[in-house]
Ligand binder design. Structure first.
Ligand code: NAD
Length: 260
């Protein structure tokens, strides 16, 4: 379905980003993966995409919490792939504290990666997409783009910002073969959430299993995690021609979190 398409997925050495990159590749797209991690493991991840799906896969490392580095990353990815058709802005971090205790450097770091990198990456990719008259920008936002939780001021502010930015890019590109949408997951069991489960277990003196049940039942009525693969399939759909008139949308996949 995506044969000969060129896709860049930020923060794709693990978790949701990796699953999205693999789903795009399994549908025929060449991909650039990005993110931190052990060099040998990243190389294994990259090589597995090539061998399993018969596409080209490149790793382009960059710290996307810096604006200029993010713009340069897009140009490096374009060079590696020979163009860019699909940009998935996925890289993100979490930090939790009450507003009055939230360290300024943590606020800056969350906003830089979860919001500003979406702006810089999109700004660098759009001229390429406009020139060819085709493009897909997919922003991995969150249920926290719709609603809030305590102790997540920077994350919630950033994700709400991504929702607005998604709509602006959709309007600025409407009718030019380009769409921009957000996917809004609820709880997905990745490293980012594993750390929150461990923190909850420790705080309440309960087991990991109990903390997992509590985490889900507080927010996610389905009581099941969204899987990274399901999010990858949503990205494939948003990249397809069937979704060409879907733009500026916030696609919720949260087991009912934001329905109540
Ligand atoms: P993860 O921690 O498993 O993966 C994050 C990825 O981003 C990794 O590849 C990491 O190396 C990379 N990364 C971190 N800092 C970076 C930087 N400065 N520059 C470049 N890459 C960097 O997390 P995840 O759960 O897969 O999260 C992916 C996205 O999904 C995030 O935007 C997150 O907010 C969002 N999200 C996650 C959940 C969830 O429940 N896990 C829910 C809603 C939204």
């Amino acid at each position: 379905m995506l044969k000969s398409k060129k896709a860049v997925v930020t923060g794709s050495t693990s978790g949701i980003g990796l699953a999205i990159a693999r789903q795009l590749a399994s549908n025929g797209a060449d991909v650039v993966i990005n993110g931190f991690g052990d060099a040998a493991e990243i190389e294994r991840t990259r090589a597995a995409i090539e061998s399993e799906f018969g596409v080209r896969a490149h790793y382009v490392g960059a710290d996307l919490s810096k604006g200029e580095a993010t713009r340069q990353f897009i140009e490096d990815a374009v060079k590696a792939l020979g163009g860019i058709d699909i940009l998935v802005n996925n890289a993100g971090i979490q930090y939790t504290a009450l507003v009055e205790d939230f360290p300024t450097d943590r606020w800056d770091a969350v906003i830089a990666l979860n919001l500003s990198a979406v702006f810089h990456g999109s700004a660098a990719a759009l001229p390429h997409m406009k020139k060819q008259g085709w493009g897909r920008i997919i922003n991995v936002a969150s249920a926290h783009g719709h609603v809030a939780s305590v102790e997540k001021s920077a994350y919630v502010a950033a994700k709400h910002g991504v929702m607005g930015l998604t709509k602006v890019i959709a309007l600025e590109t409407a009718g030019q073969g380009i769409t921009c949408n957000a996917i809004c997951p609820g709880w997905v069991r990745t490293a980012l959430v594993e750390r929150q489960i461990e923190a909850l277990a420790q705080k309440k003196g309960i087991s990991i299993e109990e903390a997992t049940r509590e985490l889900l039942s507080e927010k996610q009525p389905s009581l099941e995690f969204v899987t990274p693969e399901q999010l990858g399939q949503a990205a494939v759909f948003l990249s397809s021609d069937a979704a060409s008139q879907m733009t500026g949308a916030h696609l919720t996949m949260d087991g009912g979190w934001t329905a109540r």
